[in-house]
Design a protein around this ligand. Structure first.
Ligand SMILES: NC(=O)c1ccc[n+]([C@@H]2O[C@H](COP(=O)([O-])OP(=O)(O)OC[C@H]3O[C@@H](n4cnc5c(N)ncnc54)[C@H](O)[C@@H]3O)[C@@H](O)[C@H]2O)c1
Ligand SMILES: CC(C)[C@H](C(=O)O)[C@@H](O)C(=O)O
Ligand SMILES: [Mg+2]
Length: 347
């Protein structure tokens, strides 16, 4: 089994090294790792955020474990050279259209949630985010209006095949859980969303055992803090899913907790925390490594056929939290290394 390790920028390398320690403790040398630069690190080393050698490694590997990309020193580069293009490029080049972002409250963290504990306790949901379409990948650019004003534009579009395949992932995910699927769109305003909703309803005919409902994204954002326990599986587009998943993270305690899997048609995957490179805390040993460690667990479950090992890691994370280990984002003082040590001790 070959795993591509792509640490990236900022806290990416700091959290990925801890995920690797946990993997080593659980699997010994059953996995072969190859590491490559990505994002700002790759731009500084090789002049491009996603060098061919990195993309080729990602293609060859059985799975990819990704840290984070983003470097303020690159923010004024032309867009094609910015670090974020590396993760967008990987998603697109590898066809990683299905992004699973689970958010479940660890019972011990009810007091860390931004919500009242009695509301937070009920959270156990998965956001299924479409990842290779939408306004992210439509035509974009700058132009001048007839009045001579500068105008920026980004085209939002989905075709029915793109919606149908993510709909199926949503229904299949719901089928393995509580059989409730909420499709989130903005069909009252956007034609892209009306097509999305139409196709969701068509696909629902193949899943009579799953209850489908629909929410506009503004209402969904509100419901996510009012009564998040109502959600089982949320299926939504690329942009809405990006925003709602950061919001969901604070409902369970911290953005440093949420892992993700980005899967292609055949189940090959890239695994990464939902958070970014966090330049404000990079290099200080403050980053919470749990999202990266839980991403490694998702990798074992979804791509490497090691569900029991994934369960073991997730149980160790819960035990570490139960034992009181907390990084700063969770109101504690543990360093990145100490938090991972607590997980290792609980394995
Ligand atoms: N997939 C990715 O690689 C990815 C995801 C999101 C953002 N980004 C990039 O990261 C850079 C920073 O973006 P941002 O600041 O908007 O989002 P961010 O997720 O990096 O950070 C947001 C806030 O959350 C905190 N935070 C994030 N992860 C944490 C962790 N593991 N432990 C403790 N605190 C944590 C940060 O300190 C910061 O205050 C940008 O360049 C952005 O484009 C990359
Ligand atoms: C860095 C950025 C391109 C990315 C996204 O918007 O998808 C990030 O926010 C995420 O959630 O993975
Ligand atoms: Mg995001």
């Amino acid at each position: 089994m070959l795993v591509a390790l792509l640490p990236g920028d900022g806290i990416g390398p700091e959290v990925l090294v801890e995920a690797r320690r946990v993997l080593d403790a659980v699997l010994g040398d059953a996995i072969t790792y190859e590491e490559a630069p990505v994002g700002g690190a790759a731009y500084h080393a090789a002049g491009h955020p996603l060098p061919d050698a990195t993309l080729n490694l990602a293609r060859r590997a059985d799975a990819i474990l990704f840290g984070a990309v983003g470097d303020p020193a690159c923010d004024s580069l032309e867009r094609a050279l910015r670090p974020e293009q590396a993760i967008l490029g990987l998603r697109r080049a590898l066809g990683l259209f299905a992004n699973l972002r689970p958010a479940k409250l660890f019972a011990e963290l009810a007091d860390a949630s931004a919500l009242r504990p009695e509301i937070a306790r009920a959270i156990d949901l998965v956001i299924v985010r479409e990842l290779t379409g939408d306004v992210y990948f439509g035509e974009k650019g700058r132009r001048e209006t007839a009045d001579g004003l500068r105008q920026g534009y980004d085209v939002m579009a989905y075709d029915e095949a793109e919606v149908r395949r993510i709909a199926r992932i949503g229904f299949e995910t719901a089928r393995k859980r509580q059989r409730r699927l909420t499709s989130v769109d903005k069909a009252n305003v956007l034609e892209t969303s009306q097509l999305w909703r139409d196709v969701m309803i068509e696909v629902a005919a193949d899943y009579p055992d799953v209850a489908l409902d629909h929410l506009y994204v503004d209402n969904a954002a509100m419901q996510l803090v009012r009564a998040p326990g109502q959600f089982d599986v949320i299926v939504t587009g690329n942009l809405f899913g990006d925003i709602l998943s950061d919001q969901a993270s604070m409902c369970v305690g911290s953005i440093g907790l949420l892992p993700s899997a980005s899967l292609d048609e055949r189940g090959k995957g890239l695994y990464e925390p939902i958070h970014g490179s966090a330049p404000d805390i990079a290099g200080q040993g403050k980053a919470n490594p749990l999202a990266a460690i839980l991403s490694a667990a998702m990798m074992l479950r979804h791509s490497l056929g090691r569900a029991a090992d994934a369960d073991r890691i997730e149980a160790a994370v819960a035990a570490a939290l139960a034992g009181g280990a907390r990084t700063g984002d969770l109101g504690g003082t543990a360093s990145t290394r100490a938090m991972a040590d607590a997980v290792l001790a609980a394995l």
